[in-house]
Design a binder for this molecule. Structure first.
Ligand code: GLN
Length: 239
């Protein structure tokens, strides 16, 4: 039996709105489909993050929880070290915003982020709530996802620095707020997609697992997921 893929689930109680915990379940499921064992380390604030995990996962959260999570991560330091060594990181919504330079706190003032990706977040003119569809940008590397689906609920909009590629171009919804959605920088994927993101977009899960294991995975399509995606695209885009 091969060594388990070790997944660090970061502060699931602070950063786990809208079922984002489903991303860890999906990573385990997609790994199991290929016979890969996994081990999940759920890290609570105050506990040290593991330095040697193969994959790190952050979910979304309310503004106050987001600031608390960011401060705890800054103090801990292990996520920065993980980013430094190229470990894959999936970050949803609040988790995504806090990887940048600054993001709005509950009063709307800028709170300092972890500066692991060159991006920053400010308040959108109006809260973005609803389904989000985006098409992949022209970026080699991220497994053949044809289209991304999820839903969003955030007050912040994100501006990417010059060296950071968006995950996609918005087809429906708001995403980053400028027509782009999410960000990819090295092995870090940040996105506004809830859903949970990896349930609706298993290609992203597979890409993270490939980065984590360093080996290509056999493609697997699950009918229930294909049906869910098709239903969401029909409902949001018509046709
Ligand atoms: N607090 C952030 C915002 O409102 C993120 C919200 C979320 O994670 N859903 O922009």
């Amino acid at each position: 039996m091969s060594d388990p893929v070790v997944i660090a689930s970061i502060y699931p109680d602070l950063l786990g709105t809208y079922g984002d915990g489903g991303n860890v379940i999906t990573l385990r499921h997609r790994a199991a489909l290929r016979g890969l064992p996994t081990e999940v380390i759920a890290v609570q604030p105050g506990d040290a993050l593991p330095d040697g995990a193969d994959l790190y996962v952050l979910g979304g959260g309310e503004d106050t929880a987001q600031v608390a999570a960011c401060e705890a991560l800054q103090k801990d330091g292990a996520l920065a070290r993980a980013a430094q060594r190229g470990a894959p990181i999936l970050a949803i919504c609040a988790g995504y915003q806090l990887l940048g330079t600054f993001f709005p706190d509950a009063t709307g003032s800028p709170a300092p982020g972890l500066e692991l990706i060159d991006l920053s977040t400010s308040r959108l003119p109006a809260r973005a709530v609803g389904e989000l569809v985006a098409d992949p940008t022209d970026r080699p590397g991220l497994l053949g996802a044809d289209r991304f689906t999820g839903y969003e609920n955030h007050a912040g909009g994100t501006t990417l620095g010059p060296g950071v590629a968006p995950l996609g171009r918005v087809v429906a919804g708001v995403g980053n707020g400028d027509g782009t959605e999410g960000a990819v920088s090295g092995h870090i994927v940040g996105t506004y997609l809830h859903g949970p993101c990896l349930v609706r977009n298993p290609d992203i899960a597979d890409q993270l697992l490939e980065w984590a294991t360093g080996s290509p995975l056999t493609p697997v399509t699950e009918a229930a997921v294909a049906d869910l995606r098709a239903e969401r695209f029909r409902t949001v885009l018509g046709g």
